[in-house]
Design a protein around this ligand. Sequence first.
Ligand code: ZN
Length: 445
Amino acid sequence: MFDSGGIVQAVAAVAYQLASLDRSVDDRTRIDLIRALEELKSSCAAAQVKATADLDASRRAAHAAAGVPPPQRGRGVGAEVALARRTSPYWGGRHLGLAKALVHEMPSTLALLESGVLSEWRATLLVRETACLSRADRAVADRELCADPDRLYGLGDKALIALVRSVVARIDVEAVVRRNSNAVTDRRVSVRPAPDTMSNLSALLPVRDGVAVYATLRRDADSVIAHGDKRTRSQIMADLLVRRVTGLDSPKAAPITVNLVVSDQSLLAGGTEPAHIPGFGPIPAAVARDWIATASDPESEEALLMRRIYANPATGAMTATESTARRFPAGLARWFEIRDRTCRTPYCGAPIRHNDHIEPHENGRATTAENGAGLCEACNHAKQAPGWTSRRVDSARGGLHRYVFTTPTGHRYRSTAPPLPRPLPVRIDYYRPVEKILVDFNAAA
Ligand SMILES: [Zn+2]
């Protein structure tokens, strides 16, 4: 039970063997090998599932023994799993949920994962589609679907989902209705980059709302076309969406600010280093220049506000911003948004929601940019679980901001701020510490 390194070494030895497999085999053997490796991947997933569920149980027991209130027991486990699997806390939470469902409620499905009949993804589909059932009903569905491995033979993912849904609906039709009404709570709007400096803005809405928004845009676009507009219907619908949501059609709407971080070289000297929109990602330098030129035009409905950011020209580390350096903590949010861009937890990448003290405020540590980092909500939450500590690392002069944190198992992870866009190379006698320009890009006048 207390073998601390043996099983991990055994797994590493298997990985080593796989890396040096004999490749001079016939084609029949190659097909057999591909199948065997596929089954091994499923077995690995099953082993991870059991280790994850066991970690959760052990941590919950420890929290209970330490007097942690029930709702907070198990806090941070998903984040630890995410760090170990080199994935985001969102996926860490999903992996944890999958593990608990398989180990505690769906033993037949877990057995098929272990034997390689099901892949991790297909096991995830089974867990997801039965999540609306009670524990007892889920066990019935688990047996019915997975007790006989041949039941799922040859089914594609869509057919598998359809089969599970039909079984679920037969076991508890009420649960399906409940699930549909719960789905409304998942409504959301998100934005992510698309190729060619475009973005995908998507909204997950109840069907009535989604259809109503689309039908309204389409109807009004048709009326614009009827008045002789030469744009396509798709273009007009997209333009109408932007104008209405940003309030450009309403004179009373407050202006919306889009921040853009661009190096002086890209802005002034035709440089090619991409600019960066905090919370979104990079955009090409030429596009940023074009935006700024448009916004600087006095005829434009867009207004422009420049703010300089001071950065180390060699490393890109941020050292100060023009207007916030002496206004902590009010200016701290902007500071973290620009310096950290996204949550500082490795692999996370979620938008920053909290400005966190690296070393706790209660211990008398200062509220400064050096002792702070931007975190998303989930990571800030995980960090408050018992056994998590973090420590500032004094960066070399002008280096990027760094800190390390330790999880309850004693594993250490480091977090380094990304470099800002590279500034113009300047001769030292001309050097002034104004090397970065942040543009507050107002989308409305
Ligand atoms: Zn995070």
